[in-house]
Design a protein around this ligand. Structure first.
Ligand SMILES: [Zn+2]
Length: 424
């Protein structure tokens, strides 16, 4: 038990480092962490909650009341043309809903400055992506799967999109609402409102209950697509990447023996069902947020099994794997075989530009990290998407010594620039 708690504590400490999820950490070894820090993190880990069920490969548009006059978009003879260019894939972490908690000069503030974006920033980014003719597509629409001799063969599928539109895949990592997030300015969980729509639940810094629609990616995008239907191709929204060690979506479904487990699971299932109905899909982000490249085969195997048992049992079948820390494994390795044989045929890492490669057994895709580091230091690279200097929120702390020098390569795979910041 102590070992398990310690593992969770270490995972908590390293999760922020991950951020870019891009980055890496000391996952394999034991980071130099003080006893006090571990105890603090263990207290966090003790506070747990939980989550839920099936997946969609083709998201349905937000269902509207059944008796609307029949004029479905499909019947408008939508003009579609083959798309030949690069496919952008960007990712975020859950938004900073309360900057005063994120940037309060505690030990997590630097990590939040590096790896998260604020609500204001996200709103501007979405506006800009829309103005630049991007359209959200379902990641599953990038491939065809056929069966040959009992094996699944993956091929790239031609995208047909409305003229002048550019495809955009959006993913959200670590949408678990870990204990540390609750104390540092993220919302607490996703919930269903009285109408059965997705909202967020949190306590404000003043301790008041807050049910909102304007402080997290999912309800913000739901609303944006409602108002700008041409920002979403056939109702697609984004990919929600989940770990499992502190449950999912703010529900502590990892506490299998807890008296609250049944309730947490039931609530999570309802939220998951609604997310799937409204164009959201799910990905595995590993159970324990491990660096797949660094851990042993056996550890990756048991982690994958545990994810399937505790998370996929709630979300339903998932074929997208989003490597924590932007790690990746070699395609001729046993670990790659393990992931593919576990049902994952879309494998996503992190990189500085769109990258997509198809092998017979899987699609490999890189994602760009959108966070404080990229906003502050990779503005030029982001220009086709948005103007970072116009996006950056003035609520961010002024950093006299930026973590990553301007123009430096992003923390894609190796070497986390922020390890010290998170541990300090
Ligand atoms: Zn992550």
């Amino acid at each position: 038990m102590r070992v398990e708690k310690r593992r969770i504590a270490l995972a908590l400490l390293t999760i922020l480092v991950c951020s870019g999820c891009a980055v890496n950490q000391a996952s394999g070894g034991d980071p130099q962490v003080s006893t006090g820090q571990i105890q603090a993190q263990q207290q966090l880990a003790d506070k747990v909650d939980q989550a839920a069920e099936s997946m969609t490969s083709s998201p349905a548009p937000d269902p509207s009341p059944a008796d609307q006059p029949a004029d479905p978009p499909e019947e408008k003879a939508e003009k579609l043309v083959p798309y030949k260019g690069p496919v952008e894939h960007i990712f975020f972490h859950p938004l900073i809903a309360y900057p005063e908690l994120a940037f309060d000069n505690d030990s997590m503030s630097k990590g939040y400055d590096d790896w998260f974006v604020t609500v204001k920033e996200f709103d501007k980014i979405i506006q800009s992506l829309y103005a630049n003719n991007y359209i959200l597509v379902d990641i599953h629409s990038l491939i065809d799967e056929t069966q040959q001799n009992g094996k699944t063969i993956v091929t790239q599928k031609e995208l047909l999109l409305p003229e002048n539109k550019k495809p955009l895949v959006l993913s959200i990592d670590d949408m678990n609402y870990y204990d540390y997030m609750l104390q540092n300015g993220n919302v607490y969980k996703l919930i269903l409102d009285d109408q059965g729509n997705i909202a967020t639940y949190s306590l404000t810094p003043a301790g008041e209950k807050n049910i909102a629609y304007d402080n997290e990616i999912i309800p913000i995008l739901d609303q944006f697509v409602k108002e700008h239907s041409d920002f979403s191709f056939h109702g697609a929204k984004g990919v929600i990447a989940l770990t499992g060690y502190q449950g999912v979506l703010g529900y502590r479904t990892n506490l299998l023996d807890s008296p609250t487990y049944a309730t947490e699971k039931e609530e999570a299932l309802k939220v998951i069902k609604r997310l799937k109905e409204t164009g959201w899909t799910f990905a595995s982000h590993g159970y324990g947020h491990l660096d797949a490249n660094k851990v042993s085969y056996d550890r990756l195997a048991s982690d994958t099994q545990q994810w399937k048992k505790e998370v996929e049992s709630l979300t339903g079948p998932v074929n997208v794997y989003i490597y924590p820390y932007g790690s990746r494994v070699e395609t001729d390795s046993k670990k790659y075989r393990l992931l593919v044989d576990s049902g994952f045929d879309i494998l996503c890492s992190v990189g500085p530009a769109p990258y997509l490669k198809v092998k017979p057994d899987a699609l490999m895709m890189d994602r760009r990290h959108i966070d404080g580091i990229s906003l502050k230091t990779q503005g030029e690279r982001m220009l086709g998407l948005f103007n970072a200097s116009e996006v950056i929120d003035s609520v961010r702390p002024v950093d006299p010594k930026p973590n990553v020098a301007a123009g430096k390569q992003p923390p894609a795979k190796k070497a986390s620039p922020s390890t010290s910041a998170v541990k300090k």
